[in-house]
Write a protein that binds this ligand. Sequence first.
Ligand SMILES: [Zn+2]
Ligand SMILES: [Zn+2]
Length: 344
Amino acid sequence: MEVNMRGVVLLGDRECYVKDFPDPIPGFGQVRVKMMASGICGSDLHLYRMTKEQAKSRGDRIPGHEPCGIVDMVGQGVKKVKEGDRVTVYHYLGCGHCEFCSAGNLMWCREAKGYGGPIDGSHADYVIADERNCVLMPDSVSFIDGAFIACPGGTAFSSMRKLDVKTGSNVAVFGLGPVGLSGVKIAKAMGGRVIGVDVIDLRLDLAMSMGADVVVNSQKEDAVSAIRNFTNGKGVSLAFEASGSTKGRTDIIHSLCRGGKAVFVGVGSNENVINPSQIIGSQLTLMGSFVLPLWMTYEMVNFLDNQKISFENAVTHRFSIDNASEAYKIFDEGKTGKVIFEWK
Ligand SMILES: [Zn+2]
Ligand SMILES: [Zn+2]
């Protein structure tokens, strides 16, 4: 067995290293995908920050759940996907039979397994994926965009579909990390007017480069007033909360106009900030969202292809997998845009 595959192993307490693994072989109904781009996610940082004790029980499990690459080996029983296909890999495996899997909502399956959690993830040269999870991409969609589709872009896309952004819709995006920045790009492509809110100037600049109409540093300026000014005093009809902060969640409620809608995806604060009394008179609709269904991955690939949009402006750092330790460290400092591993 060849031992060529490099993969990241987390050691706990913000340490990791690159280890050599046997090249994985796809089983029945599976394919092997040679990684071309794979993002580091905020949720990978939760694992990076776990204790040494927790890391020990995790063992050599490879992290990463934003895989995109080229199929380079197919297992027995694979019918549609073939060697050379450019694919973004949907990052939950489901049982394939339950009501959720049947509807393409694999992330809700009671037996769902996410890459980088119970199964080896994409911070490695190869990923083994079920054929069903491989969504073909045309050449117009880059590998980096495919990695965005798998997680931050997909999370933003399904949220914008829930908000039903239309031409001229006023949209506020709170939290301009990779998910929020993807939200800015998608809302603009859907025809929205977008105001972005964050506390880090670099991220505000990135939001402008992704097409935001206006940005606000909520540490220097009151976000609710800025949003009121942006909408002639009315408030936005749609809002996307990707900061996970108490402040962002609170400000959203006061930034919406009557009949406004908000989607919450940012995980973080555990404080109770929403008082149902505040949403009655204004008839607000508040929703949660979590990644995207498998079927919507196809829709999103088409959306990127048709709209000719890319998320690459949100990427501030690109690393070889050999430099994983440095990549995690920089992303952990929280002052970057998207950090990705890239293969040439
Ligand atoms: Zn992610
Ligand atoms: Zn299932």
